[in-house]
Design a protein around this ligand. Sequence first.
Ligand SMILES: O=C(O)CCC(=O)C(=O)O
Ligand SMILES: [Fe+2]
Length: 343
Amino acid sequence: MGSVQEPLLGETLLQAAMRLETADFNEVPVIDLGGLTSSDINDRLAVAREIRDACIRVGFFYIKGHGVPQEVIDRAFDVSKKFFALPDQDKMEVYVTKNESFKGYEDIHYGAVDPQTKGDFKEAFNFGYEPAADAQTPASEPWPLYDGLKGPNVWPRSFLEEWKRDVFAYYSEVLNLGRRMMRVFALVLDLPEGYFDAILTRPGAIMRLLRYPASRLDPDHPGIGAHRDYECFTILCQDDTNGLQVQTKKGNWIEVTPIPGTFVVNIGDFLSRWTNEVFRSTLHRVYNVSGRERYSFPLFIGPNYTTQIEAIHTCVNDENPAKFQPFIAGEVSGVHVCFYRSR
Ligand SMILES: O=C(O)CCC(=O)C(=O)O
Ligand SMILES: [Fe+2]
């Protein structure tokens, strides 16, 4: 007979979810990841406890003590600014509709994430995982590109070498941060820390460079309309310009004011479904009414595209049966539905 093991965090995930069922938020918590480098599991569990609360109650949190060097972040901003400052004709050479996998440049008229608005007011540049931008996974590891998402990245011809050096350095660092975060999510889910390691070897991780021009408040033209993110979670780097807002359970919008030295993490639909909706995938949007342009980069951390996602056993019981059919990550993310779910 096996003995019943104590939950890692003192109560099961479903008990925590029940305790926090009606809890709302009026600010986004700041969580220090410093404890994750400790060899003492209790330090790592202390971080996991804070993250569990944030994932159930808010779906958003800032992280500090994340270990990504500031100069890597600064260089990524520099190269992004250089790209968006190129003449239109150069940017249009890598326009998203010129390939089938949604890579490259979106101009200011490209579209509306929220169809209830008349169009987002931003420029973007999209690219996906490629082994050259991943310092961790050995080159020998296979890369089974999922059929629906086949297609190489496209890159601007100008300053290509500098671009690849600086953008890949950022991507590689933040992807590894994502892998470390997934180890904490495993603890939160009462699972072994390495539970997700094998599905993050060649992950479906899309990154976007975003530029929001300064604009006046116009509900029909947000920077990006209200949406939830697909994938597991997003690691967002924002410059020092306000604009990002999240919706509370009561329906109020609150600002996610930039805090120097932090990233913003938000839960996406995949992790929400993996946890049978114990983790919140929270509605958010951007209005840049700061009077100046705003730059940001989301990196959407998703699993290898061949991964099947279904409610994890620690997130279901007789009272909480699985709410979704299992699905394959690569069939949902990427080209077909883009990265967003509106409303
Ligand atoms: O630019 C931001 O701050 C947020 C962008 C965002 O929500 C997204 O691209 O999914
Ligand atoms: Fe988003």
